[in-house]
Design a protein. Structure first.
Length: 180
């Protein structure tokens, strides 16, 4: 399956889980936890290898995943695994989980922002950035920071599909491309 096709195929499953979550008290949190666990499980090399075994039946695949996580899944989650296995879509769980989290964030009017800086970002700077982004985007902002000394200076901000590269390294790379 081509990489670009994954979100297209996974989207209806993410929407179904999201819709189910909206219908239940605390449903979005429950589905978020279940999908996160499922995505992590099927991404494990041993599980991935086992699920790639062509001799496994749909029931075998379902049984394998439910044996691993059955206690952590409610009945809807177990049914979800069964449907995904029937259609050969268990490998899509990481993409489904990612799309679900975007739907959940849009619904809750939140956004996760990753800031990579050449230096430590103080709590005050994180708060200022979160406030500025909240004013601009009208969403609650969760800021995660990371230090990457190779940036030399400046920051790279990632928010969903948007990347703002205001690092010295990024500017030097752009200048290099212009001069080439």
């Amino acid at each position: 399956m081509a990489e670009a096709e994954l979100p297209t195929i996974a989207r209806p499953y993410a929407r179904a889980a999201f819709s189910s979550g909206l219908d239940q008290p605390e449903g979005l949190g429950t589905w978020s936890r279940m999908l996160s666990l499922l995505a992590a499980a099927v991404s494990e090399p041993m599980v991935e290898e086992a699920l790639d075994n062509p001799t496994l039946t749909t029931e075998d695949e379902t049984s394998l995943v439910l044996q691993l996580l059955g206690d952590d899944l409610n009945q809807d989650g177990q049914n979800f695994v069964t449907v995904l296995a029937e259609y050969g879509r268990l490998a899509l769980l990481p993409t489904i989980a990612e799309l679900f989290e975007l739907l959940k964030a849009n619904h809750e009017k939140t956004m996760d922002v990753e800031v990579t800086s050449a230096f430590d970002v103080s709590e005050e700077q994180k708060a200022e950035l979160a406030t500025a982004l909240h004013r601009m985007l009208q969403r609650d902002i969760n800021v995660e920071t990371e230090v990457d000394e190779s940036l030399i200076g400046g920051v790279v901000i990632r928010a969903e599909d948007t990347v703002i590269d205001d690092s010295v390294k990024g500017r030097l790379e752009k200048l290099s491309q212009v001069l080439s």
